[in-house]
Design a protein around this ligand. Structure first.
Ligand code: AMP
Ligand code: ZN
Length: 114
């Protein structure tokens, strides 16, 4: 999608440092980190949100978790732990309409979900 900031990052139209890349997925640091480690994992394909996934995206979502697992190892947070957040649309406060998984880590994140 031409006007999507995360598509531009994935297509390297914006010079964001990628901390992971394969054919289908990229990851990069959040520009406004909410924890010492705050990574965004996104599919290269423009999918606005979870409700826009189709059956053919099942393998892609499985792969997103494989990437998260690799990043957990790379950032040494396998034992200490981390939180994965996926906001979907307005009530969740989704700001960027391109599916993304937040990985938050590096401090105690608290126990409240909202
Ligand atoms: P959400 O509220 O779930 O849509 O999260 C969007 C996230 O994208 C926020 O945490 C922003 O800080 C982050 N963000 C927006 N623009 C950029 C960018 N150019 N590079 C990295 N992170 C970004
Ligand atoms: Zn996009």
């Amino acid at each position: 999608m031409t006007d999507c900031i995360f598509c531009k990052i994935a297509n390297k139209e914006i010079g964001t440092d990628l901390i992971y890349e394969d054919e289908e997925i990229v990851a990069f640091n959040d520009i406004n980190p909410q924890a010492p480690i705050h990574i965004l994992v996104i599919p290269k394909k423009h999918i606005p949100s979870v409700v826009d996934l189709s059956d053919e995206d099942e393998a892609l979502i499985g792969k997103m978790y494989t990437v998260i697992r690799k990043l957990a190892k790379k950032y040494n947070i396998e034992e200490s732990g981390f939180r994965i957040i996926v906001n979907c649309k307005e009530d969740a406060g989704q700001e960027v309409p391109h599916l993304h998984f937040h990985i938050l880590a590096g401090k105690k994140l608290g126990t409240k979900i909202v």
